[in-house]
Design a binder for this molecule. Structure first.
Ligand SMILES: O=C(O)CCC(=O)C(=O)O
Ligand SMILES: [Fe+2]
Length: 336
């Protein structure tokens, strides 16, 4: 990995009024029986002033870096999260109910939040914690291996445009690496090859057992494409098959990985921070770390969000390995 310095850090802090409204709304929704997964049924109970305050704060990161940090936005809720579970589903009932609701409110202002039926039981809020069974895999629950560059759910045409990661605890200060296609130093020739010659992306190991190949005639996927506001990317090397007999594609695709290494930033999230990644612009990765499995491990929460479609029309024909979404739920923000 190359130099990690960056000059375009986009850190946003909510005003005390927004924090207080988020706190009050979350506790009142909890008292009325809401959960993150049923939040969409309670949308009338979310004050317009909270939506307005969060809307400004959560505008899509359009900077070349492709990410921003909402500093401490959930810190009221992370202090009481309890021990880190040893797998995504090993929480006590209601253990992080308030935190999940508050995070779902923030996410639902950015766009249409959703889950995948075949991933973490279709839940809206994912738990990203190290688990023994996944320690060596290329999934969020790994620890002993580097989690390689990927844009989230690259295999699917309806993948999230936004990825929100909330830090519950991070005692060993393990960052999330982020690298933008708009900062990558690729040649015009490499970009042209990656835009023209498609590859085959397939679902990652967190979808194990829920899919089979779409068939030999299924559409292949383009790695980069141009939009009105700049270049976009779809990239997941561990879950990609490159076509035979296209050495120039392989070379450009490998140079993309190296270019992302060179322009990477490590985003260090503290408890209560939310990292918002523009999933069409930036890939993310994570270095290996030591898991203890004793309730003190690093713990992130994750919500996937649909936003503005800025993708190739040809993507709409992809079958997406028959993966089914839960939601997307309506956005709390009328324009998103
Ligand atoms: O743990 C992290 O920082 C990121 C893991 C990841 O790739 C994800 O949750 O999508
Ligand atoms: Fe990821």
């Amino acid at each position: 990995m190359g130099v990690l310095a960056h000059d375009e850090m986009d850190v946003r802090t909510a005003g005390e009024d927004v924090q207080e409204l988020l706190r009050r709304t979350t506790f009142s929704l909890t008292a009325d029986g809401a959960t993150a997964d049923s939040l969409y049924l309670y949308r009338d109970r979310i004050p317009a002033a909270l939506v307005a305050g969060l809307s400004e704060l959560t505008r899509v990161p359009r900077s070349a870096s492709g990410y921003c940090v909402l500093k401490g936005i959930l810190s009221e809720f992370t202090g009481v999260a309890g021990p880190t579970p040893q797998s995504w589903d090993a929480l006590e009932p209601g253990q992080t109910r308030e935190l999940d609701i508050a995070f779902a409110i923030v996410a639902s202002v950015t766009g249409r939040a959703f889950g995948w039926k075949a991933q973490q039981d279709g839940r809206l809020v994912h738990n990203i914690v190290p688990s023994r069974a996944s320690a060596n895999l290329q999934v969020g629950a790994s620890s002993t291996v580097r989690l390689e560059w990927h844009t989230e759910d690259s295999y699917h045409p309806d993948r999230p445009e936004l990825l929100l990661l909330a830090c519950v605890r991070n005692p060993d200060r393990v960052g999330t690496d982020v690298a933008s296609i708009r900062c990558a130093d690729l040649t015009e020739e490499d970009i042209a090859v990656l835009a023209a010659q498609p590859v085959l992306l397939y679902p990652d190991d967190s979808y194990a057992g829920s899919w089979s190949f779409d068939g030999p005639d299924a559409p292949r996927m383009r790695t980069v494409w141009e939009t009105a506001d700049g270049l976009c990317m779809r990239f997941d090397p561990p879950y990609t098959t490159l076509p035979d007999g296209q050495p120039e594609l392989r070379a450009a695709w490998e140079r993309l990985g190296a270019a992302l290494d060179r322009c990477a930033t490590t985003v260090m999230a503290d408890p209560g921070d939310v990292v918002m990644v523009n999933n069409d612009v930036a890939a993310h990765a994570r270095r290996p770390f030591r898991a203890r499995y004793d309730g003190t491990d690093r713990w992130m929460k994750r919500i996937l969000v649909r936003s503005e479609w800025r993708r190739l029309e040809t993507e709409r024909d992809e079958p997406g390995y028959d993966q089914v979404q839960v939601g997307p739920y309506p956005s709390l923000h009328a324009g998103r």
